[in-house]
Design a protein around this ligand. Structure first.
Ligand code: PMP
Length: 744
């Protein structure tokens, strides 16, 4: 180094000290009492050009603030190439690193202003050489370069967030790229590239990522490191944005995308770090310096409603917030074209991610109500699989495409080997209907056994077998070929311990009176009954009676399937029985309309009586790809175990609350399919519907969504997406306990 310094730059070094560096080597030099930084790079043709650009930009900035200055070589060049290496010398600026002030808020204002000043002074600066710089994986324009590195992240949960925000970037940023203000920008204003003095931000250095790109990308990168280093991420980001805007006005379209850009930078940071530490494991510690906090923040980011974030940015910049149509106004409009037979909540939703739903009002709602987005709202793997197949092929089962058999095999692998035939349809109702049709064809009997309070779908026949519907308001008398078996709930409460035997006796009396039954359909945990588990041995006993009479047993797993039980993949497994036919729906496609009927080949052969079975949409390649992605995510993210672990934690927490307050009765269910009874404080056998409604309302006011059900509508139903976390459970349990105290 001494030789280079003296021969190339004419300096005699008094001291040489190596500094930390990512891609190149940096040395702090002292010569004649002046400090310099000597930069040493491996030669690369493109790099040579970009370094030229960097030096020219620093020259341009030399009268615009205290930036590093480029010291020319003895030959008068800004860089010299010697033995396949490039050398540059810059002045060293004294100051502490921004990283050293550790979240001190007093620096935020000067930070925002300094970035704005830099942008304002360089807005007209242009360098066509930088247009060739398309390979820098730290440039937000080149986020696509990081996509292949997602696989280098070991944790599937982390990969899910990377992919999710990558897709959000594609949706919310890229289409607007052309309209953004651009210039030559620093490209990496992180806390290690910013100097402070005693009370403000002084300047930026390390322009090694200089590029031609949108100003807002540059700002967003800086904001990402602010969000990472301050406890109140959004508060700190807001302060910087406010200060920036006071110097150089931000446009609405720029503010609109900041939420997505900050997340995109986290994606870039995590995926680049994962890839680099794979390639250079010896530097892993330095490379992944930000990874732990970035991992935490990217997950937390999903709980922030993008509308809330945008509104914060607008407020900081004194911009008018977008006019919010009232929910009632929207409901009135809806009622003009949509039947009032559909029920509606007063929540306008604009988006959702995983276990969070984003209200139009800017609030984030923790979702314990929706079990259809099974692996999480907008799960990127499912979205991607679905979209990719739409681009390729969407047709019906009359054509041959491998996705159908692939998916069928994958789905059937989750069942015992004798359940080896599957039919695809598009809704739980259509699946239930088909299951009954199969049973009738096979047995020659049209009678159906059902459970009190059961629900199986919205078609004519399904309503006939859903006591929850035909037995309630607007319903009708039970049809002749329907046999209703008593619901355990009433008996457990009324008859206590002897319930099961008496229940079975009652059921058998019913059964013996009706010889026309060909099928029995029931949910393993009766959802509309209020998450009612069947008493131990009940289903096993009934199934054996049915089998003796050649009645086909149908398990409606529309709500209980796909590992929601935690302990099992399918609800029927809880009772040690194996049904003849299984009905699947809801979560099978994570919201994509698909459903299925699974049965044995014996039954399937008997059903094949000459009449074609055809469903226009059932089993189409798009649905198959979507369903396959759901299965894949369930496995790779270990969601069955999560439902078991967090479900048990939730259930134990609820039981603890129930033991403290008389108004909270039985807690029941399995995994992420739980129910809590709200009861009369003086007589726990009496339902307390109004308490249930008040608690539900208070939870809603606290941005937590739960449903309620049961014959008296006094049971809170808990069935969150399978990615629900322990922190989510704690949030819910605390809010629930508070609601019980306030409303009891
Ligand atoms: N069975 C059960 C147990 C259900 O919960 C539902 C829907 N709530 C259905 C069947 C009908 O499914 P779909 O609404 O997809 O027709």
């Amino acid at each position: 180094m001494e030789a280079i310094l003296s021969e190339v730059f004419g300096l005699t070094a008094e001291s040489i000290q190596q500094l930390e560096g990512y891609d190149n080597r940096n040395f702090l030099i002292e010569s004649n009492g002046i400090k310099y930084v000597l930069k040493d790079y491996r030669f690369d043709k493109n790099l040579e050009m970009y370094l030229q650009s960097e030096s020219e930009f620093l020259d341009f900035l030399s009268d615009k603030g205290e930036f590093p200055k480029v010291i020319s070589s003895l030959k008068g060049n800004s860089q010299e190439i010697i033995n396949d290496r490039i050398y540059r010398l810059l002045t060293f600026i004294e100051g502490d690193l921004f990283a050293s002030i550790k979240g001190d808020e007093s620096y935020l204002e000067s930070f925002g202003k300094k970035i704005a000043q830099l942008h304002k002074s360089s807005i007209d600066y242009y360098d066509p050489k930088l247009l060739a710089r398309i390979d820098n994986r730290w440039d937000l324009k080149n986020l696509h370069l990081c996509e292949p590195f997602f696989e280098d992240c070991q944790d599937p949960k982390e990969r899910k967030f990377l992919k999710y925000f990558y897709q959000q970037f594609e949706q919310n940023v890229l289409p607007k790229y052309a309209d953004l203000r651009k210039s030559v920008i620093h490209g990496d204003i992180n806390e290690h590239n910013v100097l402070v003095n005693s009370n403000e931000v002084k300047t930026f250095f390390d322009f090694g990522d200089v590029n031609y790109g949108p100003l807002v990308y540059d700002l967003a990168i800086a904001l990402t490191y602010i969000a990472l280093n301050y406890n109140d991420s959004i508060g700190a980001v807001t302060s910087v944005v406010r200060a920036y805007h006071s110097v150089y006005e931000l446009e609405e379209k720029e503010l609109d995308m900041l939420y997505y850009l900050i997340a995109a930078r986290l994606v870039q940071s995590l995926s680049n770090a994962a890839n680099s530490s794979k390639i250079q494991p010896e530097n892993k510690e330095y490379i992944t310096v930000n990874s732990a906090s970035a991992r935490f923040l990217i997950e937390e980011w999903t709980s922030i409603n993008p509308i809330y974030f945008r509104n914060k940015m607008y407020e900081a910049c004194g911009k008018q917030l977008l006019d919010l149509k009232s929910v009632n106004e929207e409901i009135d409009r809806r009622n003009k074209s949509i039947s009032k037979a559909l029920s509606v909540s007063n929540l306008a939703i604009k988006g959702a991610a995983f276990q969070y739903m984003y209200g139009e009002n800017g609030k984030t709602y923790l979702d314990l109500r929706n079990n259809i987005p099974h692996v999480g709202h907008c799960h990127p793997d499912v979205v991607e699989a679905n979209a990719k197949m739409q681009f390729k092929l969407n047709t019906n089962t009359r054509y041959v495409y491998p996705e159908l058999a692939d998916y069928a095999e994958q789905l059937l692998s989750k069942f015992p080997s004798n359940l080896n035939k599957v039919y695809f349809v598009n809704s739980g109702s259509a699946a239930g209907d088909l299951a009954l049709r199969i049973a009738q064809t096979v047995t020659g009997r049209s009678g159906v056994g059902i459970l009190e309070q059961g629900y199986h779908g919205n078609t004519y026949r399904m309503i006939e077998v859903s006591h929850y519907k035909y037995g309630s308001k607007g319903g009708f008398d039970q049809k002749k070929n329907v046999v209703k078996f008593p619901m355990p709930w009433n008996y457990e409460v009324v008859m206590g311990a002897k319930a099961k035997d008496q229940l079975i006796d009652l059921a058998l009396t019913e059964l013996n009176r009706n010889t026309e039954i060909g099928a029995f359909i029931a949910e393993p945990i009766v959802g509309c009954g209020g998450q009612l588990e069947l008493p131990e041995g009940y289903l096993k006993h009934l199934y054996s009676e049915f089998k003796e009479r050649n009645v086909l047993c149908i398990s409606d797993e529309v709500q209980t399937g796909f590992a929601r039980m935690g302990r099992a993949w399918w609800g029927y497994e809880l009772y040690d029985v194996v049904p003849d036919i299984i009905v699947l729906g809801k979560c099978i496609g994570n919201g994509h309309p698909m459903a299925a009927v699974v049965t044995t080949s014996e039954i399937s052969e008997k059903f094949t009586n000459g009449m074609e079975f055809f469903s226009s949409f059932g089993g189409n390649p798009v649905s198959c790809a979507t369903g396959m992605a759901v299965l894949d995510v369930l496995d790779k993210e270990g969601l069955k175990d999560n439902a078991l672990k967090i479900g048990e934690y939730l259930k134990a927490g609820l039981a603890r609350i129930a033991s403290k307050y008389k108004g909270v009765g039985v807690v029941r269910g399995s995994g992420f399919f739980l129910g809590v009874e709200l009861v009369d404080e003086n007589d726990s056998s009496l339902p307390n519907t109004s308490l249930c409604h008040k608690i539900k309302k208070e939870l809603f006011d606290n941005q937590i969504l739960v449903g309620s059900d049961g014959p008296e509508d006094n049971i809170l139903k808990i069935k969150p997406p399978m990615c629900f976390t322990k922190a989510n459970a704690d949030q819910f349990l605390a809010a629930f306990e508070t609601a019980v105290i306030t409303e009891s």
